[in-house]
Design a protein around this ligand. Structure first.
Ligand code: GDP
Ligand code: MG
Length: 244
């Protein structure tokens, strides 16, 4: 079956003019390098902001966001094009149910991805989480077992709820550093990345705020969302280029 013709990426128009210009430059550069598609797979626990992040990137409500667990088991793929470039982004349901990995959900995702090339894995978690637990480990291991360790070479860690006031008067940067170090330690140990391999598994981190609580500039534009999303696309493009 032929893939449907993707729709125009009109959601980009809500980005500030300067961001749109930068994005067009980036898309132009990718085209020069004969890169015409970017396929992003979004995974993580339930409720961490995967679907919201998909909507922030596409700039439209394409994925269902819910404060409560109400997702089905099916992944969904959204495709958009701009100046001859196609973005595919695959949202997936949370893999945990009743404290364990839902193997059926994992199987459905694997089947959905058959024949698709994943350029970038977005591993999503919340910035404002204070502890890692066995659920994190289970999700990291399930991703590794399903798609192989190498998918983590092409991973970008996204921390949502980026606009937060850290507890106990801790400075934001200190909080971010501690949180990201703890998460990276967990990912490396869950995936089985040893010190010698750190250079191959860089695991860059991007901050995203999906809510309206984002700071706005004098034109009323949500600055942290727009910049974060632009960074996100930019880092994804870099991962894609390094991988070729
Ligand atoms: P998913 O289950 O991982 O797809 O998570 P959703 O995208 O459905 O989000 C779960 C809940 O968190 C929803 O109520 C969202 O509105 C909220 N949410 C997601 N991202 C953010 C964020 O960056 N900041 C804030 N404040 N809320 C968010
Ligand atoms: Mg979701």
């Amino acid at each position: 079956m032929a893939a449907p013709i993707p729709r125009e990426w009109t959601g980009l128009q809500q980005f500030p003019a300067a961001t749109q210009t930068k994005l067009h430059e980036l898309l132009g550069k990718l085209k020069e390098e004969n890169v015409s598609t970017l396929t992003i797979l979004v995974m993580g626990k339930g409720g961490v902001g995967k679907s919201s992040t998909v909507n922030s990137i596409v700039g439209e409500r394409v994925a269902t966001v819910s404060a409560f667990q109400s997702e089905g088991l099916r992944p969904t793929m959204c495709s958009r094009t701009r100046v001859g470039f196609t973005l595919n982004i695959i949202d997936t349901p949370g893999l945990i149910e009743g404290g364990y990995i839902n193997e059926q959900a994992v199987e459905i995702i694997k089947r959905f991805l058959l024949g698709k090339t994943i350029d970038v894995l977005l591993y999503v978690d919340r910035l404002d989480a204070y502890r890692m637990d066995t659920l994190d480990e289970q999700v990291i291991k399930a991703i590794t077992n399903s798609f192989g360790k190498d998918i983590w070479r092409r991973a970008l860690v996204v921390l949502t709820h980026a606009q937060l006031s850290p507890p106990d008067g801790i400075d934001y940067n200190e909080f971010f550093t501690k949180r990201s170090e703890a998460l990276l330690r967990y990912i490396r140990s869950g995936v089985g990345i040893n010190k010698r391999e750190y250079g191959d598994f860089r695991l860059p981190i991007a901050l995203v705020e999906n809510s309206g609580r984002c700071k706005t500039n004098e034109h009323g534009e949500k600055v942290c969302l727009f910049h974060a999303v632009f960074d996100l696309i930019f880092i994804c493009a870099r991962i894609l280029m390094v991988d070729r």
